[in-house]
Design a protein around this ligand. Structure first.
Ligand SMILES: *Cc1c(COP(=O)(O)O)cnc(C)c1O
Length: 391
C-alpha cells in the first residue's frame, strides 16, 4: 500500500522533529576546536540552564537519558551510601536497577503507579534512615510509563519535614522544555534532561544540571568514573566539555531547537502544551463514557501535560489498536511498558506539536476505535475541538 501524507510520532519520545531542526543538522562537519564552536556550545548550555531555572552548571553528554542516570549516580553517591527511589513506574524502576548494578543499595518507596507518590511515605522512609546512609532521593517528574506528573516540590517538602540532608535529584526527561520547571526555586540539587522529547531533537544528547550541593558532593566523593566525571568536563574547550569529539551536527540542531523555543517564549511553550493536553484529555474523557476505556492516572490534577496513558477493559488489546493506527494511518502511539506491557496506549503530546497535529492524531485514534468496534463514547474529537475553542 502506498501511503501519502506526513505521518505523526505521538510517542512520548522520540517526538516529531521540526523541519528547521532537521535542516540545521543537515550540514558537513566543522572544526570543533575553534573559539566560535566553543562559544556555540557555551551558549547552548547557558540557555539550557536558564530554561531549567538554575544558576548551577549544565553538563552535556553524547548519551541517552540512561547515560544521564548513570552520570548522576557515579558523581553523587559514594561507596556505602544508598539512594531512595519512589517506585512510580518503569523509568523509576530502571533507574533503581541501574543503581543496584553499580553496587548502590536502593530504598524503594512503593506506589500503586496510578496516583502521584505519597510524600508522607517518602518522609517516613527518610526518618527511618537514622544512620543517614541515603545520599540522594531519585525522583521522576513525569513518569512516562504511566502519564503521571509527580511534583518535585512535594518531595522537597518530605526531605525538609524529615530533616534529612539527602540530595534531591529529578529526572525531567519527559517534562523539560514542555511544562514549568524551576530547579533552584524548587531547591532541586540535580536535574536530568535528554534531547528527544521536549527539545524536539533525535536521541543522543543528555544533560545534567548540578547545583552547588551536588557539585560539592561530586568533588568530595562519588564512585570510580571517568566518562561521566563532572570534574573532567569543566574546561571551556569543546573537546573537554564532551570528553571527546563533540556531536557537532546534534549541537547545531540543539541551537536551532533552543532558538525555536526561545522565540516562542517558554511561557507560551508551556501554555501550548497545557492547551493541547487539555484537548487530549477532553477526547479521552468522552471515549471513557462507554466504560471500556479510562485514564490510567486516577487523580485528574496529576495527569501529565506531556503524555496521557489510557487503560482498557481486559477484552481489548491496545497493541492491536496501535498497530492499526501506525500501519494504516501513519500515526504512532506508545504502548504499555513494564508491568503495563500490552495494557496501555500512551499518547505523547510534547515537543513540536500544534492543534492540527493533535486533532489529526486524535481523529485517527477515534477512527480506529470505531473500525475495531472498541466500545467508546462518540464525539471525542468534537470534545477536543470544544476544549481548544474555549481555551
Ligand atoms: C525517555 C525517558 C528516559 C530514557 O531516556 P533514553 O534516552 O531512552 O535513555 C528516562 N526517563 C524518562 C522519564 C523518560 O521519559
Amino acid at each position: 500500500m502506498v501511503r501519502r501524507g506526513r505521518g505523526l510520532v505521538q510517542l512520548p519520545g522520540p517526538t516529531n522533529i521540526p523541519e528547521r531542526v532537521l535542516r540545521a543538522m543537515h550540514r558537513p562537519s566543522v572544526d570543533f576546536g575553534t573559539a566560535a564552536f566553543a562559544e556555540l556550545v557555551a551558549r547552548c548550555l547557558d540557555d539550557l540552564a536558564r530554561m531549567l531555572g538554575t544558576e548551577g552548571r549544565v553538563y552535556a553528554y553524547a548519551a541517552l537519558g540512561h547515560g544521564a542516570w548513570e552520570a548522576v549516580l557515579v558523581n553523587l553517591v559514594s561507596p556505602g551510601e544508598a539512594v531512595l527511589v519512589p517506585e512510580t513506574g518503569r523509568f523509576a524502576a530502571g533507574w533503581a536497577e541501574m543503581a543496584e548494578a553499580l553496587g548502590i543499595p536502593v530504598v524503594r518507596v512503593p506506589t500503586d503507579m496510578r496516583r502521584p507518590v505519597d510524600p508522607g511515605a517518602v518522609e517516613a522512609a527518610l526518618r527511618a534512615d537514622r544512620e543517614r546512609r541515603i545520599r540522594a532521593v531519585l525522583a521522576v517528574h513525569v513518569e512516562t510509563s504511566t502519564g503521571i506528573c509527580h511534583d518535585p516540590r512535594s518531595l522537597r517538602a518530605a526531605l525538609d519535614a524529615a530533616g534529612h540532608p539527602a540530595l534531591l535529584v529529578v529526572d525531567a526527561i519527559a517534562s523539560f522544555a514542555s511544562i514549568p520547571f524551576e530547579m533552584d526555586a524548587w531547591r532541586i540539587d540535580a536535574v536530568l534532561a535528554a534531547s528527544q522529547k521536549g527539545l524536539m531533537l533525535p536521541p543522543g544528547l543528555a544533560f545534567v544540571a548540578a547545583g552547588p550541593r551536588a557539585l560539592e558532593t561530586a568533588r568530595r566523593g562519588g564512585l570510580p568514573r571517568k566518562y561521566w566525571d563532572w570534574r573532567g568536563r569543566d574546561g571551556a574547550e569543546s573537546y573537554e566539555r564532551f570528553y571527546g569529539t563533540p556531536p557537532v551536527q546534534m549541537i547545531f540542531g540543539l541551537r536551532e531547537a533552543l532558538d525555536m523555543l526561545l522565540e516562542e517564549g517558554l511561557p507560551a511553550v508551556h501554555a501550548r502544551h497545557a492547551r493541547l493536553a487539555g484537548a487530549v484529555r477532553a477526547a479521552v474523557a468522552r471515549w471513557a463514557e462507554a466504560g471500556a476505556i479510562g485514564f490510567h492516572c486516577l487523580v485528574p490534577e496529576a495527569r501529565a501535560d506531556t503524555v496521557t496513558a489510557l487503560g482498557f477493559a481486559p477484552s481489548i488489546e491496545p497493541d492491536r489498536i496501535r498497530e492499526r493506527c501506525r500501519e494504516r494511518y501513519g500515526v504512532a502511539f506508545g504502548g504499555g511498558i513494564g508491568p503495563f506491557r500490552g495494557r496501555l496506549l500512551r499518547i505523547g503530546h510534547l515537543g513540536d506539536l500544534d492543534e492540527a497535529m493533535i486533532l489529526g492524531a486524535l481523529g485517527v485514534l477515534e477512527l480506529v476505535l470505531r473500525e475495531s468496534a472498541v466500545s467508546h463514547g462518540p464525539g471525542g474529537v468534537e470534545a477536543a475541538i470544544a476544549a481548544l475553542a474555549s481555551g
